[in-house]
Ligand binder design. Structure first.
Ligand SMILES: NC(=O)C1=CN([C@@H]2O[C@H](COP(=O)(O)OP(=O)(O)OC[C@H]3O[C@@H](n4cnc5c(N)ncnc54)[C@H](OP(=O)(O)O)[C@@H]3O)[C@@H](O)[C@H]2O)C=CC1
Ligand SMILES: O=C(CO)COP(=O)(O)O
Length: 340
């Protein structure tokens, strides 16, 4: 039994807290709204993020870091990417000894183009309170994990022992955890699939069907692989759970916030209208900006990302963006799979 703090009481933080509690760990779930933590402690529910789910009574909710982090042996970070740096800055002063950190968020930071593990390491550089950083990623909608439906994920770390420790923490009969040494590939696959899910949603919103979805998913995976391998990822990782697996689950599921946001944009809503309606994080929007900037900087051909960027940030009509994608110059299918 380990004392574990899960920071971020949204859908995914709560579902992962459930897995850890099911495994017998002492779980402290940290949210930022007192009424939400009162609901968790008194009624064992989190209606705004996991409706109609009863959480294990052993999960305790906290809003204060000092109280939640006392004596913890591991920390799981599950806040939106844009809140990651600020969250790490908030936790490190309360860590009495160096502890392993596991993150389960999916994104890349616009402007710096850093992956999440790089952001965490940077924020701990002067304090050294984090002993290892591991990412947990894969095809895993919180709604289904909370129902204890069979789910598989991957954990990756530069520290092999940290990956195995994380595998042991989370693995159970319903939640199967693999290890993968390719930290870069696992983080990039999880972040970039959200762009492709948004793009698939846009095509559905335009009224296009399964042929178009399969095209965007397959060519999307090709451009994820091109950018990812240029950034140092192993090609095989993109055929795995955190690559193809997560691409499938996000592009084809009504649970996906990215896919749903894309569909509304395809139907004609503005980005602001969509974000207001969602009320949950849509990571793919900021990741589209980051990946587009990276593709320009590294001169990687990423046509789907570029088309989506023009829709989201330059006000291009989605129908026109789709026409332009289809009208590009002739290409060989596989010659440019890993480099532009
Ligand atoms: N949902 C899923 O199925 C999966 C999600 N993920 C990833 O997990 C990460 C978290 O997503 P998810 O839990 O789904 O998001 P949700 O939208 O469900 O919840 C977001 C959580 O983050 C909190 N939050 C929002 N902004 C801030 C901030 N600035 N500082 C601190 N906390 C903040 C919210 O608090 P409040 O309620 O007070 O606003 C809420 O607890 C994302 O990177 C996502 O891609 C990965 C796999 C599966
Ligand atoms: O990452 C996810 C499933 O693996 C969740 O995707 P959404 O953020 O699009 O809901």
């Amino acid at each position: 039994m380990q004392k574990i703090a899960v920071i971020g009481a949204g859908s995914w933080g709560s579902a992962l807290a459930m897995v850890l509690a099911d495994n017998g760990h002492d779980v402290r779930l940290v949210g930022r709204r007192q009424e939400q933590m009162d609901e968790l402690n008194e009624r064992h529910t989190n209606e705004s993020y996991l409706p109609n789910i009863e959480l294990p009574t052993t999960i305790r909710g906290y809003t204060g870091m000092e109280e939640a982090l006392g004596g913890v042996e591991a920390i799981v970070l599950v806040v939106p990417t844009k809140a990651m740096r600020e969250t790490v800055r908030k936790i490190v002063p309360y860590l009495q000894k160096a502890v392993p950190v596991i993150h389960a968020s999916k994104g890349i930071e616009p402007a710096t183009h850093k992956r999440i593990s790089e952001m965490i390491a940077e924020e701990d550089a002067s304090t050294n309170r984090i002993s290892s950083i591991t990412v947990l990623s894969g095809p895993s909608h919180a709604e289904e994990v909370a129902l204890r439906q069979p789910t598989t994920v991957t954990v990756a770390s530069a520290d092999d022992e940290a990956a195995k420790y994380t595998q042991n923490l989370f693995m159970n009969q319903q939640f199967r955890v693999y290890t993968n040494p390719d930290l870069i590939g696992v983080e990039i696959g999880g972040a970039l699939k959200n762009i492709i899910a948004l793009a698939c949603g846009v095509t559905n919103g335009l009224g296009y069907g399964d042929n178009t979805k399969a095209a965007i998913m397959t060519r999307g995976l090709a451009e994820i692989s091109r950018l990812g391998t240029t950034m140092g990822a192993k090609p095989l990782t993109f055929s795995g759970l955190s690559g193809l697996g997560d691409l499938i689950v996000t592009c084809t599921s009504v649970h996906s916030r990215n896919w749903r946001a894309g569909r509304m944009i395809g139907e004609g809503l503005s980005m602001d209208e969509v974000l207001e309606k969602m009320g949950m994080v849509v990571e793919g929007i900021r990741t589209t900006q980051a990946a587009y900037e990276l593709s320009e900087k590294l001169e990687i051909d990423m046509p789907v990302t570029k088309a989506l960027y023009s829709v989201l940030f330059n006000g291009i009509d989605p129908y026109q963006a789709a026409e332009e994608l289809m009208g590009r110059v002739k290409r060989h299918e596989v010659e440019s799979l890993y480099r532009s």
